[in-house]
Design a protein around this ligand. Structure first.
Ligand SMILES: Nc1ncnc2c1ncn2[C@@H]1O[C@H](COP(=O)(O)OP(=O)(O)OP(=O)(O)O)[C@@H](O)[C@H]1O
Ligand SMILES: [Mg+2]
Length: 370
């Protein structure tokens, strides 16, 4: 599912028209753009900019030619997928490291700002549950981002429209993914000062490594959270239909709680297997609305993802559903913080290894999780 924005060129392709109409100009003044030729490094900081498997300390600058060569000139067969920003290609660096290369559809000044923002964010942010930036390319009008390759693709591709042969995620894998991703978002909100609000939390932006460890990706529209006495930041509304918190969508007033709402929608996707926003359904096309009557009436097994085949600990399922519902409350003040979400998921995770509610051995297949 693509992001949407409510201004000019950043309106994403194919995004359905939603109820959001308010636009407020960004409060932050435009950032000066450093020379693209400058290598992005964190000289003088105590922690390395990157400390991935290769121990790299800075985002590497690649030439367009280099990236064209390793993707066989951006050949379709190397394309991993396409989002609102452009296509993503798989490639192997000379060092042997596999990478995912996002070739950005550049649309003017705003596009260059988003490229820069994502690059700088990912150089500074460092957490096991955030995707790592290997490097970038800024040559003429070309802008490319080079990320560590995430072999299992997006969480979205494991819960919706599964390709033939792909097994559904088991319950314990779902809890593990939820907990890891929550830790990544919590790091943005609580370990950074000022906090970083991602603004596009969704299952497509949670990527999975070989062991189904999740990493949050796509920081191109992230914003710094309120500082001092501010209660929110005012900004142009951006995000993805079905995931966007109602108060933010209606007023442009952004707080960390709008990420919490989006994360709650991801949890609902994980337990129901349903999409955040179903464009084909005539009614109840929002998952948050669809799920409410089930929760009100305690119909947990009826809302569970059929692909789980009943293989989940009932108590943990109920706790996860209830946690998700607190996160998607209308009033942002009554939503939990991401620190509280992490604590809740740790608690749920500690009980999730319990025996599943039934013992259908067929449903035990699926990725190992621990
Ligand atoms: N680091 C990566 N490793 C492996 N696959 C990736 C990586 N980054 C992106 N992809 C894949 O590329 C595809 C497109 O990703 P992209 O982030 O451009 O779009 P999106 O998340 O679907 O939409 P949006 O542009 O709104 O974020 C997705 O299917 C994703 O799984
Ligand atoms: Mg994405």
């Amino acid at each position: 599912m693509k992001c949407f924005a409510f201004l000019n060129h950043w309106q994403r392709r194919g995004a359905p028209r939603g109820p959001v109409t308010v636009e407020a100009p960004p409060v932050a003044p435009p950032q000066p753009e450093p020379s693209p030729a400058e290598e992005l490094s964190l000289a003088g900081t105590s922690s390395p900019a990157r400390s991935g498997s290769s121990g790299r300390r800075r985002a590497e600058k690649f030439s367009f030619r280099e990236l064209a060569v390793i993707t066989k000139n951006f050949k379709d067969s190397n394309c991993l997928g396409e989002g609102g920003f452009g296509k993503v290609y798989k490639g192997r660096l000379q060092t042997g490291e596999l990478v995912a290369i996002k070739l950005l559809n550049l649309l003017g000044e705003q596009g260059r700002r988003e490229f820069l923002l994502e690059t700088l964010m990912l150089v500074v942010l460092e957490h096991p549950n955030l995707v790592k930036l290997v490097g970038y390319c800024a040559e003429g009008d070309q802008r490319l981002l080079v990320y560590e390759f995430m072999p299992q693709g997006s969480l979205e591709s494991h819960i919706h429209d599964l390709p033939t042969g792909r097994e559904a995620l088991r319950w314990d894998a779902r809890v593990k993914i939820a907990l890891g991703a929550a830790r990544g978002v919590s790091y943005l909100h609580h370990a950074m000062n000022p906090s970083v609000i991602h603004r596009d939390i969704k299952s497509a932006n949670i990527l999975l490594d070989d062991e189904f460890n999740p990493k949050v990706s796509d920081f191109g529209i992230a914003k710094f959270g309120p500082v001092g006495d501010e209660t929110h930041v005012s900004t142009r509304v951006m995000g993805t239909y079905g995931y966007c918190a109602p108060e933010y969508a209606m007023t442009g007033k952004l707080t960390a709680k709008s990420d919490v709402y989006s994360f709650g929608v991801v949890l609902l996707e994980l337990i129901t297997g349903r999409k955040a926003f179903n464009t084909s359904a005539r009614r109840n096309n929002s998952l948050v609305i669809w799920v409410r009557p089930y929760l009100r009436n305690g119909l947990y097994s009826a809302m569970a993802d059929p692909a789980l085949r009943g293989q989940y600990p009932e108590r943990a399922f109920r706790q996860m559903a209830m946690a998700a519902m607190t996160m998607v409350r209308e009033d942002p003040r009554s939503r939990p913080t991401m620190l509280e979400v992490v604590a809740a998921l740790e608690f749920i995770s500690s009980g999730s290894d319990a025996s599943p509610s039934t013992s259908d051995s067929a449903a035990r297949s699926g990725p190992a999780t621990q």
